[in-house]
Design a protein around this ligand. Sequence first.
Ligand code: NAP
Length: 460
Amino acid sequence: MAYQSVNPFDGKPGKSFKELTDQELETKLKTAASCYETWKHKPYAERAVIVAKAAKLMHEKADELAHIMTSEMGKRISEARGEVEFSSRILAYYAKNAQRFLEPVKLHPTVGEAHMESSPIGVIFGVEPWNFPYYQLARVAGPHLMAGNVLVVKHAGIVPQCAIAFEQIFIEAGAPLGLYTNLLISHEQSDHVVDDERIKGVALTGSVAAGQSIAARAGKNVKISSMELGGADAFIVLEDADLEHTVKWAVWGRMYNAGQTCCASKRFIVVEAMADKFLERFKAALEALKPGDPKDEKTTLGPLSSEAALVQLLKQVDVAVKHGAKVVMGGKRIDRPGSFMAPTILTDVKPDNPAFRDEFFGPVAMFFRVKDEDAAIALANDSDFGLGGSVFTKDIERGKRVASRVETGMMFINNIDWSDAELPFGGIKNSGYGRELGDMGIQEFVNKKLVRYARMDAPA
Ligand code: NAP
């Protein structure tokens, strides 16, 4: 069964759902396309009523929604509640600001006058991952629905109840039939959706492999796409960093969401003068985490999202060790029921080790000791990914200089507070293209139309 809830805390299966038949899928696409014909003409204020109501409902149902998430993918309950509240804020943010973001922009041609206007383009297909089961959906629903587009979304196979709950929020908010549609479909059906002429754009968040497949398909159909893919973010510690402050962020940066975050800190690059002190305190802080029920507020280490995710991570650690990496701590599953991975630190990961270019999607930190700032930047840039990264130094101007030299889509100085409705999110290189959130996030799937008005004679 492709859509199946399993609680990773105890391995107990929950509800399962059948994939749509091709006929059911056709009906949903038809309904979405027909909804677009009226939705695109609605004034912003009318769209905002529904999107803002969805935001309000998410806030009111935060606890219920958070529990569904924790049961399906093991996120600790406080983090799950935080995610629902943030998703609600994203929807509210676009309900409030979309019109301003998409207002016509006056241009200044040499002759006459001109402006750019932004108009919706049609039904957008979203493909989303399990690691932030609501936030990822809100990141596409807020901007694209407010822009006048309509959404059909394929969510990950392990979080069907989150997918259905989010769709339900829009139904309760009074959305017209077809405005936001959850599609329980196979990869093959997903290819057909990309090919379908009613679909005008594709937004995917997920692994590089999924991005390559869907982006290629969209390209073949000459359809616009945005790709939010993986990352191997560097966490750079300079010799003048505030150690206590830095170690707290290091733990959060690697361990938030049990380490299953695209822009989590994955490569800890520490200058020699700070290396021993940092490693000792980082290790002690990770050792202090207590595995337990993710629904218990006191638990500080939850399970991974699924047994398959744990098996995959253990395999990656194995490969890393076979190629010369040393395990400073962890490296194994925790001896208890459920899909728990011990917090792990790997050192001595050399460039010829496959781990050097890998994304560890879980609580596995790679630690690198470097001579100085230049060496730290060079190592940070020696990556196939380019999502985010961070630098810790008491000298903010120095931090800004380092941030400018690291080749990623996002850099954070003395924090890794990645996401804010206001701030664009996205990467370069294998981390994908396009931006979600902020003003940029709503500009991705709109027609930027030039209108020029000038009284001039045609050239002879
Ligand atoms: P994944 O396996 O690529 O799955 C993501 C989504 O793509 C799921 O809905 C999945 O469906 C679907 N999918 C995968 N292959 C597909 C194909 N060939 N055709 C159609 N759909 C396909 O990724 P994941 O393991 O769920 O998520 C983790 C990855 O996402 C990590 O690499 C992480 O860094 C990245 N991520 C990036 C961001 C960002 O903003 N840059 C944010 C979060 C996560 P099924 O579940 O049915 O296979």
